[in-house]
Design a protein around this ligand. Sequence first.
Ligand code: OAD
Length: 230
Amino acid sequence: MSKIVILTGAGISAESGLGTFRDQDGLWAQHRIEDVATPEGFARNPGLVQEFYNARRAQAAAARPNAAHEALARLESDHAGEVLIITQNVDGLHEAAGSRNVVHMHGQLDRALCHACGHRWPAPKVMQPEDTCPECGQMATRPDVVWFGEIPYGMERIDPALADADIFAAVGTSGNVYPAAAYGQHARRMGAHTVELNLEVSTASRDFAEHRRGPASEVVPLWVEEMLMA
Ligand code: OAD
């Protein structure tokens, strides 16, 4: 029974109304990465960073999964082998669609983290620099998202899954951020069939054996049907 690993990026949530990072008018055209997505930016101006993630948390809470998220949930429930989603997305749309086997390698908007004691808990809708940790009481709370310069979550699950995958698919990711950008190449070297499902050519396209171009809500359900027929 085949093991399928799927890496997802912002492109899968675009049709749910959540902005991507690097497309025209994407988040990184409106905000400087070093201000809102680095530990140094947070140390300089925690209020600005909390505001940025408060806005994104509100958008994500209002968003609904689209046909691509739903198809991947169907794949997990109907495929006889293992299906693992590795997502770079901090929204909860895979879970909202019904996926259970999901690694959030860049963290989650609906979680909070204490950078003093490491405690994690469900984030309130609005986080502020004055908030205190429910565990240690320190004023050291931050969104539980992974910033540039920090180590992604779940590597202990991701590395063996890539080595073991029969099929590796990447959906809606531009291939600019490591380590995720190298997963296609890595899985292919370890023997997986690799397929990229993306609106356009990405930085990592050459690492994939097969390409499906188009909006995720169209190409992902078709690919999932094929996987379930195989
Ligand atoms: P990007 O914004 O870099 O790339 C989104 C990709 O999705 C692009 O290749 C688009 O062409 C594609 N795309 C857009 N709309 C699509 C659609 N409807 N269907 C299919 N594809 C579509 O987003 P990511 O690759 O996810 O990290 O970015 C990776 C990381 O960079 C993020 O997790 C975030 C960011 O900085 C951190 O903040 C640490």
